[in-house]
Design a protein around this ligand. Structure first.
Ligand SMILES: *[C@@H]1O[C@H](CO)[C@@H](O)[C@H](O)[C@H]1NC(C)=O
Ligand SMILES: *[C@@H]1O[C@H](CO)[C@@H](O)[C@H](O)[C@H]1NC(C)=O
Ligand SMILES: *[C@@H]1O[C@H](CO)[C@@H](O)[C@H](O)[C@H]1NC(C)=O
Length: 153
């Protein structure tokens, strides 16, 4: 779980604001761009996924962010169980963190499920909004650039 926290916190931001209909243009564009590059089942392989995960590793997540993700762990697991990334046959999914990264970025069911978690729980939504405000845009931009660089060659 810890390894994918940055992806998660990014997804929380998009999902939460997506529902509120005020997702920052920037964040949604970034998500769609990453999806267009990463979510290509017959192209994306183990090495690509590992590099994307590595980008997330370079940046620390706050203790507050970790606590929040922990709180959501059961719901996240439920949402993940509905996901299907079996089309990504070039990715060795026996390593859980790879499968999780694919699910979070690429599975539409997971996204919708996560939206519903926030919609159904206003306290979580508000808490996420608060955490989001404390997150450093520079860090988000750096992580995003790192992911883009994975696909440069
Ligand atoms: C991957 O699939 C797409 C759509 O099905 C196809 O257009 C493309 O040529 C395929 N690429 C490879 C490398 O097989
Ligand atoms: C991340 O946190 C660890 C331990 O708290 C620290 O040693 C490291 O320098 C931090 N890395 C970054 C990129 O901030
Ligand atoms: C998962 O998706 C694949 C196609 O990508 C499909 O063949 C398979 O039946 C799906 N599995 C489930 C459990 O829905």
């Amino acid at each position: 779980m810890r390894h994918i926290l940055i992806v998660l916190s990014f997804m929380f931001i998009v999902v939460n604001n997506y529902w509120l209909n005020c997702v920052a243009e920037n964040d949604l564009e970034r998500l769609h761009k990453i999806q267009s590059l990463l979510c290509v089942p017959n192209k994306t392989d183990t090495a690509i996924v590992d590099k994307v995960i590595e980008c997330e590793h370079k940046h620390n997540i706050t203790a507050e962010g970790i606590a929040f993700a922990k709180k959501l762990e059961t719901k996240l697991t439920d949402c993940s169980n509905k996901a299907n990334v079996s089309a990504y046959t070039k990715v060795d999914q026996t390593v859980m963190v790879r499968k999780q990264a694919l699910i979070m970025y690429c599975d539409k069911e997971f996204f919708n499920c996560l939206v519903k978690v926030f919609v159904d729980n206003k306290d979580l939504m508000n808490e996420q909004g608060r955490i989001d405000k404390s997150q450093d845009e520079a860090v988000k931009a750096k992580t995003y650039q790192c992911v883009l660089d994975v696909f440069k060659n």
